[in-house]
Design a protein around this ligand. Structure first.
Ligand code: 7GP
Length: 829
């Protein structure tokens, strides 16, 4: 550095008090300063919410210090970086997670106590950041936490929606959707970077121009929108590393002059400009049916284009030779939503950086990898060619060119097998000619990952069979994982303390394999006693929450049986409800002497239905109708309760999971790509009642079949069972409970008719009838195990002990090593 620069830096440093301090007095001072100057309340009078705001800002200051240091360090070392592209990140709340990862949880709690506040109470003031739908989006959030904790030089990129996932309101048992205008109260967890912005182009035409004797393509856009960065620091645990999640918001672009000829004209022009902001205004609430809407396409391209510009700028800051691009950049596509990044990188390299097509293609083939999260064919995105050609004319040409070369390669490989060619083509012919985004991704990515072992099998043998035959080396899987920081340390401090006590260390927070050490103590009466105590306290907390949300009193002595996840036919919440009706019917018809043997249950269901998903909405209504009958039946009393928890989200999950005894993961085998909820329950010592689907198959390997309640058809049996038009094995009980619904026992028989029709006769695609008998058996086995509390507690401890393999640290480590080729880059403390 120059002498002048150094002198300036020294003077700056002398003006500073050094880094922020974390002793209780310094923290109190910082919090009060934020009350006064940031929140602009008097430090002598502020409420819980204002205290939350001030505390958050003081935590944010600490995040910013580390985030600056991390980026300065990355810049200096210039390692290969991972860029994680996802249209959805389901972050939930940030305060508790941040103070835990920063290692200042206790200091804050003390500081607040001395100011007369309780940390827990303030943490509850925070709203959820719900910038995503379900599993895919929460997985991205867990992986960001692991990337930071494991010191990987990674960036997340996504969209900053003004409206997150809708709030679910239940009126008379029906779901209603309310907009989630989550930024209303400010968001201390993001940093607006008005100077980090890029113009994103849409529409227009492609012109050919002469260039040094050759031709080149120039895209003349019809619309420009500005993408402005909002940075969300992601702190790692036990490290100074704090990485960045950069989300883009749309703002009107200044690049176009307006010329107006009157006041009305001018006003309209301004209003039209303002419309640019709609691109990032709202998250699409469907998690797996593709709509083919223009706005969605614009969202995808908007975030992809801004991110690619950002990455290329960063690359050029240090190097100028694109041949080295693959040594510095790994680009991960979270499902096909960001796959426009592929033609976008081609376009930038060829049209703007003037590389040859071949050079650009070589680079593209080295940098991209993707993960697919579904087996449902309706989930595969297809963009109508007309739409793509109008919004992104140059990209359509590039995709056609990629496809042309791909088809030539295929012909060499398979000959003129037109059937195969048309199935594998990126372009789907037909009534609506479309671009298959999955095919585009597979052609261009060096690696395609599934999210569990069985998911990869299904991709290889069904969904992408042809591609697997062509490129077997491209297909891999990384079993999903979840972060133990949020799903144990933040959400279950009681159990967390107990685990550390018995393991004699808290090192498992960074190394989950250590949990296996609990196996040695699973039979220990003292541990069992303490384990039960902690779990009971969590159940009481959940019971209080249920009371607050629904006005229903439930007893913590009962077994808490939980199914929380998006409502979907393949996840079979309906099977659960029919099982509950069966239980109800049995209790009603029991002799008094038998009633005493019944294990009391509180059945808890929660989840959102996509606004246009009729069957899912009917399932929610049925749950309420059945609950209404059961909960008000004085014959039943405390033996059975059915609770629907409204507006299920990340923070609700944090409360419900630690308080559950039994949790259900009962998808029709072959439909749940992985499932991650099960892993959160497992960590928290909740027993699983499950089908052998997705990651459950691997969970069985870790904890053994006799530590859970397994039932139902296996993946390989499902196709055969479906072939039978008539389902022979449908249990009598199944017909009986279905009849109760049809006959209007719970009211609304007309409304429920189509729901009943969907699972009766040959139409029972998800095999509820087939699996019902074995489902009931598994439920009975759970009852039996629960009576023997010693056995149950042992199973519970063994579940936690076997959950180490399902930490996202493990998943991310495998991705880093096998797919991305990145190394840790740890910022010195
Ligand atoms: C989900 C899968 O349904 C779930 O099984 C998996 O655990 C999770 O992704 C994470 O991999 N899929 C989605 O949430 C989704 O939106 C559509 O898929 C592409």
């Amino acid at each position: 550095e120059s002498g002048e620069g150094k002198a300036k830096a020294e003077r700056m440093f002398s003006l500073m008090d050094g880094f922020l301090k974390n002793d209780p007095i310094s923290l109190q001072k910082d919090i009060l300063d934020h009350v006064e100057y940031t929140v602009a309340r008097s430090r002598f009078s502020f409420d819980d919410f204002e205290a939350y705001q001030a505390v958050s800002h003081s935590v944010r200051d600490r995040l910013i210090e580390r985030w600056h240091d991390t980026h300065a360090y990355f810049k200096r070392k210039d390692p290969k970086r991972l860029y994680f592209f996802s249209l959805e990140f389901l972050m939930g709340r940030s305060l508790s997670n941040s103070v835990i990862n920063l290692g200042v949880r206790d200091q804050y709690a003390d500081a607040l106590n001395q100011l007369g506040f309780e940390f827990e109470v303030l943490a509850e003031q925070e709203g959820d950041a719900a910038q995503g739908n379900g599993g895919l989006a929460r997985l991205s959030a867990c992986q960001m936490d692991s990337l930071a904790t494991m010191d990987f030089p990674a960036w997340g990129y996504g969209l900053r929606y003004q409206y997150g996932l809708f709030r679910q309101v239940i009126l008379d048992g029906f779901q209603h959707e309310q907009p989630d205008y989550w930024l209303n109260f400010g968001n201390p967890w993001e940093i607006e970077r008005i100077h980090v912005s890029y113009a994103v182009k849409f529409y227009g035409t492609v012109e050919e121009q002469d260039l040094n004797g050759g031709k080149r393509k120039v895209w003349v856009p019809g619309e420009m929108v500005e993408a402005v960065a909002y940075d969300n620091p992601i702190p790692g645990y036990g490290t100074r590393n704090t990485i960045n999640l950069r989300l883009w918001a749309a703002k009107p672009s200044d690049l176009y002059d307006m010329e107006s000829y009157g006041t009305g004209d001018y006003i309209n022009a301004v209003i039209n400009r303002q419309k640019a902001e709609t691109i990032s205004s709202v998250l699409y609430p469907d998690d797996r049916s593709y709509q083919g809407k223009e706005l969605r396409l614009k969202q995808q391209y908007f975030f992809v284009s801004a991110s690619v510009q950002d990455i290329i700028r960063r690359f050029k800051d240090s190097l100028n030779d694109f041949n080295q691009f693959p040594e510095k950049v790994a680009l991960q596509l979270n499902d096909t939503h960001p796959s426009l990044a592929i033609p976008e990188v081609m376009r930038v390299l060829v049209d703007e950086e003037f590389l040859s097509w071949k050079q650009a293609w070589d680079i593209v083939c080295k940098i991209f990898s993707c993960t697919t999260h579904t087996v449902v064919p309706e989930g595969l995105e297809k963009i109508p060619v007309d739409l793509l050609g109008s919004v992104l004319p140059r990209h359509l040409q590039i995709i056609f060119d990629i496809n042309f070369s791909f088809m030539e390669e295929l012909k060499k490989h398979f000959g003129l097998d037109f059937n195969r060619l048309s199935q594998m083509s990126i372009v789907e012919e037909g009534a609506v000619k479309s671009i298959r985004m999955a095919n585009l991704s597979i052609v261009c990515c060096h690696t395609v990952n599934g999210v569990s072992r069985v998911h990869l099998d299904i991709l290889k043998t069904k969904v992408f069979k042809d591609f697997y035959e062509l490129w077997p080396q491209k297909f891999h899987y990384k079993t999903n994982g979840v972060t133990q920081r949020r799903w144990l340390v933040v959400s279950n401090p009681g159990l967390c303390g107990l685990i550390s006590k018995w393991l004699g260390t808290d090192a498992w927070i960074r190394d989950m394999d250590l949990l296996m050490g609990l196996r040695d103590h699973a039979g220990d009466a003292e541990l069992q006693q303490e384990w039960k105590m902690v779990r009971r306290i969590n159940k009481i907390r959940l019971a209080e929450f249920i009371d607050a949300m629904t006005g229903m009193m439930v007893s913590p002595d009962a077994m808490f049986d939980v199914q929380i996840k998006r409502i979907h036919e393949y996840k079979r919440q309906l099977l659960n409800i029919l099982g509950i009706i069966y239980r109800y019917d049995c209790i009603k018809n029991m002799k008094e002497s038998d009633r005493r043997k019944v294990v009391p249950r509180v059945c808890i269901i929660g989840g959102k239905a996509a606004p246009g998903y009729d069957m899912a909405k009917k399932i929610i209504k049925l749950c309420h109708a059945v609950g209404e009958t059961i909960n008000n039946d004085s014959d039943i009393d405390d033996l059975l309760k059915l609770v629907f928890i409204p507006d299920f989200n990340v923070s609700v999950a944090e409360l419900v999971i630690p308080g559950s005894d039994l949790s259900q993961h009962i998808s029709t085998a072959g439909h749940e790509a992985s499932g991650t909820g099960s892993m959160k329950f497992l960590m928290n010592g909740c027993l699983l009642l499950a089908t052998a689907d997705g990651a459950t198959i691997e969970i069985i390997e870790e904890i053994g079949e006799d530590n859970m309640f397994l039932f139902g058809a296996k993946v390989h049996e499902v196709p055969k069972l479906r072939e039978k038009a008539e389902n022979h094995r449908v249990a009598l009980q199944f017909a009986r409970v279905l009849r109760m619904v049809r006959d209007g026992y719970f009211g609304y028989e007309d409304y429920f008719k189509s729901l009943c029709d969907s699972i009766e006769g040959g139409g029972d695609f998800y095999l509820l009838g087939n699996d019902f008998a074995s489902y009931l058996e598994a439920q009975a086995a759970a009852d039996k195990a629960f009576v023997d509390q010693e056995r149950w507690t042992k199973m519970s401890i063994l579940s936690t002990a076997g959950s180490g393999r399902f930490s996202s640290d493990k998943t991310v480590g495998e991705y880093a090593h096998q797919t991305w080729g990145i190394e840790p880059c740890r910022c010195p403390f």
